[in-house]
Ligand binder design. Structure first.
Ligand code: SF4
Length: 159
């Protein structure tokens, strides 16, 4: 999450595209059509995102224990129980890393970084943002009408 400092004259809350892509993959995997499992390619095509980016996000989600790969006939990707019940704010924190919303330090640190009330206010806002999203589980996100829409998404056919 990036929350630009007021010094930049602009305040915004924005998730990285990577996190949004991963959340889209999670939502697509949270709905199944008669138990059929999807491949990474099918998830990428359905969500209209590049395969390589999707594969990277899926690998990360597997590492977090949110997605598992089932082998064999009818195998594919599936959401784990943990993934299904995951709180959205918690999932975003894990995907983004719970870093500070404002880049106060780093190679060109802000001179106020050692004692800034604005920095503290941003941190509180960031925690409130996550807490608000923690009211929802992944299962909540795919309730109607989102679930049926997700099931209707198909991508281009590959030979
Ligand atoms: S220390 Fe304060 S003023 Fe400086 S970048 Fe961080 S939030 Fe902005």
């Amino acid at each position: 999450m990036h929350l630009r400092c007021a010094f930049d004259n602009l305040l915004c809350v924005q998730l990285t595209k990577y996190t949004d892509l991963a959340l889209r993959a999670v939502m697509r995997l949270a709905v199944t059509d008669g138990g059929a499992l999807l491949t990474t390619r099918e998830v990428a095509d359905a969500m209209r995102v590049p395969y390589t980016h999707t594969a990277k996000a899926i690998a990360h989600l597997q590492h977090l224990g949110v997605v598992e790969s089932r082998r064999g006939r009818g195998g594919g990707l599936a959401l784990t129980d943990r993934g299904r019940s995951a709180r959205v704010g918690e999932l975003i924190r894990e995907l983004e890393g719970d870093r500070e919303a404002v880049a106060c330090e780093g190679t060109n640190p802000c001179p106020l970084a050692g004692g800034c009330r604005l920095r503290h206010a941003f941190r509180e806002a960031q925690l409130a943002f996550y807490a608000s999203l923690d009211r929802f589980t992944v299962d909540d996100l795919v309730a109607s009408p989102t679930g049926p829409v997700l099931l209707s998404l198909t991508g281009p056919h590959h030979p």
